[in-house]
Design a protein around this ligand. Structure first.
Ligand SMILES: Nc1nc2c(ncn2[C@@H]2O[C@H](COP(=O)(O)OP(=O)(O)OP(=O)(O)O)[C@@H](O)[C@H]2O)c(=O)[nH]1
Ligand SMILES: [Mg+2]
Length: 422
């Protein structure tokens, strides 16, 4: 209630002047308030009106354009609504019911750091039916839709051309040698599934891009742009965060098999490939040796149509027929990586160097100080795996001519069973 004296004044001739004064005062206060907000959110260059629009407008134009080099940027104080601007993309997680809590943790990381602003769907895949508990605990966490799919039995078992006795004997022998997952049959099903089948699953195959997420992984920096959009606009087909050397004992015949494939299918090998990532001293598949470098596939952002291509289908079928997924223990990471290195144009690869990511026991943490001073990342840049002797950052960088060739790995080192100790 206004006091009567003020009401009387308002009825008088000065009322219009008073009203204009009051409105101007209120606008002035609002402007001051929003300008302070603009500085404190790190959007110093925007006017107060910009901030108001960013905070409250529901239009698609709120979505940020990617700006990978801008370590200053942080989304932590601003909520965006980008759902209308989404790519045809989804998250994919292969997971067991028993891993529900590790899955929840990973989902939460991805949602908090990126997806809460976008609402991309999640696809959960399993070789067994998902439990009610799994569905309840995961669907409640996601900002988009959640889909739950079972894998066809024939994509999760030894194919008929595998000599089971030989496969069992090899598993026993690898177990005795303490080779990581050397004795596990289900691990081999998993690697074969990711190598040749996940992208054919009806829930996945309709998308253009996917982001693979594993249980118990962490996203350690804000992702203030849409990496799917980045992939499409820059014609990227395969994105990774960590690259490292594989355990030689698990893939002894993989490279000779790839060499045979390249002889049989020379048309599949891209002229502008990234062979320099996987072969140290000779730019030729037939004569070069594999340096064990691969992209760590527990994180992948990639184009579904790369795996569906004729070149990749021929490559996977050729590899699969040799039985190496079971007679040895070929991982989907070297299988994917060698394919990406030889079948794609090297410009179609992308290193998400600006991501902070942890899958035990390794972390990728951007080293530039802006990523930390701005509050965008919470990892320790000193723990960046890129500086580990088994990292393949240099091999990747030299592909684009950024570095001199590093020394080739001495053959004796390649023969060791445990190149990387976990
Ligand atoms: N449904 C299902 N998922 C599996 C199975 N084995 C592995 N996975 C999933 O496949 C992915 C890779 O398996 P991991 O056990 O993490 O393999 P890894 O990353 O090489 O090894 P870790 O160092 O143990 O993480 C994860 O998302 C697992 O949840 C299985 O038998 N069934
Ligand atoms: Mg894992």
């Amino acid at each position: 209630m206004f006091p009567p004296i003020i009401l009387n004044r308002l009825r008088g001739t000065n009322s219009i002047i008073l009203l204009i004064g009051a409105v101007t005062f209120v606008i002035g206060c609002l402007h001051f308030l929003l300008q302070s907000l603009s500085l404190s959110t790190g959007h110093g260059s925007g006017s107060s009106l910009d901030v108001l629009q960013r905070l409250y407008s529901k239009s698609d134009t709120q979505c940020l354009d990617y700006n990978i080099d801008d370590g200053q940027f942080t989304t932590s104080h601003v909520r965006f609504n980008c759902t209308g601007n989404r790519e045809n993309a989804a998250f994919v997680m292969l997971v067991r019911n028993s891993e529900v809590h590790d899955a929840r943790s990973s989902i939460r990381h991805v949602e908090d750091r990126f997806n809460k602003n976008y609402g991309y769907p999640w696809i959960f895949l399993n070789d067994l039916p998902f439990s009610d508990e799994f569905v309840k605990y995961t669907s409640s966490l996601v900002s988009g839709e959640a889909y739950y799919g079972i894998i066809d039995r024939e994509n999760w078992e030894m194919p008929e051309w595998i000599d089971r006795k030989k496969a069992k004997a090899s598993m026993q022998s690898m177990e005795k040698q303490n080779i990581l997952y050397g004795g596990s049959e289900s691990y081999r099903h998993m690697c074969r599934f990711f190598s040749g089948f996940f992208y054919k699953h009806e829930l996945v195959s309709k998308y253009d891009y996917y982001w693979r997420v594993e249980p118990n992984t962490e996203i350690l920096c804000d992702v203030p742009y849409d990496p799917f959009k980045y992939m499409r606009e820059n014609q990227k087909k395969y994105g990774f965060v960590i690259s490292l050397m594989e355990l030689y004992s698990t893939i002894q015949t993989l490279w000779p098999t790839v060499q045979n494939f390249s002889t049989l299918h020379p048309e599949a090998i891209h002229k502008n490939n990234a062979l320099g990532f996987i072969v140290d001293n000779e730019q030729n598949i037939t004569s070069g040796g594999y340096n064990l470098c691969h992209f760590w596939s527990n994180f992948e952002i990639a184009a579904v149509d790369f795996w569906k291509s004729e070149a990749y289908e021929n490559y996977f079928t050729f590899l699969d027929k040799t039985g190496g997924f079971y007679y040895e223990r070929w991982g989907d990471a070297p299988v994917h990586s060698i394919a990406a290195a030889i079948l794609l144009d090297k410009t179609e690869l992308h290193w998400f160097d600006d991501f902070g990511y942890k899958h035990h026991p390794f972390t990728h943490c951007p080293e530039r100080s802006e990523y930390h001073e701005s509050g965008r990342c919470t990892c320790n840049p000193k723990e960046n795996f890129d500086n580990n002797q088994f990292a393949c950052k240099n091999q990747y960088l030299r592909v684009n001519g950024d570095l001199e060739l590093p020394d080739p790995i001495p053959p004796a080192k390649l023969r060791k069973n445990s190149i990387i100790t976990y």
